[in-house]
Design a protein around this ligand. Sequence first.
Ligand SMILES: *Cc1c(COP(=O)(O)O)cnc(C)c1O
Length: 422
Amino acid sequence: MKKTFVTKAQIEAIVEKFPTPFHLYDEKGMRENARDIQEAFAWNPGYREYFAVKANSNPFLLKILKEQGFGADCSSMAELLIANELGFKGEEIMFSSNETPAEEFAYAAEIGAIINLDDFTHIEFLEGIVGQLPKTMSCRYNPGGTYAITNDIMDTPGDSKYGMTKAQLFEAYRIMKEKGVERFGIHSFLCSNTVTNDYYPMLARTLFELCVEIKETVGVKMDFINLSGGVGIAYKPEQTPNDIKIIGEGVRKAYEEILVPAGMGDVKLCTEMGRFVMGPYGCLVTKAIHEKHTYREYIGVDACASNLMRPAIYGAYHHITVAGKEDAPCDHMYDVVGSLCENCDKFAINRMLPEIEKGDYLIIHDTGAHGFSMGYNYNGRLHSAELLLKEDGDVQLIRRAQTIKDYFATFDCFDIIENLVK
Ligand SMILES: *Cc1c(COP(=O)(O)O)cnc(C)c1O
């Protein structure tokens, strides 16, 4: 059974100040998980997790992760600005972007972030912007074809837009070395939300062998190897969650078998996990406001796909708990739906749940990563608030809900609209 980190009594207390819907985050869970990650890779002295900021860019949460020793993986100007503002310094920021605008490369170089190039042609592009390439450079590798582990979120490597081919990669290191780059990294991201302890160890093996080959043929020895993101979480109750300790051990085994004998026992590892770091430590709390009995039984809630897009775009499963009915039998079948004029706006389809009454609070699990951050304003629906359940039990508003005024703020005719929404 999947457990929530918040009770009905706590929700009832919270809604007195902050109405639904809202995303709620669990500081205690975040910190414990962060410590487990650090421990799982502690055998590698240079290890660093660069949290993928796109998964959740709330500065209050990033600050907690920074305190736990994480860096920041950014892929846009806004993400770079947040990371820099929060005090992530130089190489504590990884810039893993693609189709990158020139000003973002310029800013990343200016603040000393590690630039991870998505494409061979970006060497010249970057040089044109910054003149001399930074002393540390990384490249993103795409082996093409299909990979042993795949799912719907990302295409197979051969069909995905990311990274360089093997030949381009070798040439990139050769050229960058000639141009005076001194420290090198490699990055690869082949599958997202992998619910198996084998993904990182397998990817590590692929990259470690490749790095030995690069050292032997190009004469470039990696300073760091970046396993990127992709470690998944058990969204469904029947799934077995990944065990980061086992994953860390699997990577260590590959490291000792491949890198150590090749004289590369000092290579640093990095990861850029987003989902695994934050996913389970957020939930979306929403209220049942309608029930509808037609060809199906519908529960209409006050959240919609603008607040959590994953079910609408990937058909992703998010577990739902009806607050206070944790132990009630799941003997009613519902579609739990939001208000968008899109039939994909369903948080659950044909889901067995306890009987839901209007006014019940529904806790939609695992929204800590790729939840709020993917939000959008379709249908004029607004972003919800974000709240933090702190270790001491207090609840802090860490982002207020968007207002109608915010929504209209980018129109030139704002004055008129201001009068309308008074
Ligand atoms: C999305 C992304 C991540 C994080 O992926 P998760 O599946 O959330 O772990 C890491 N690195 C890059 C470059 C990404 O685009």
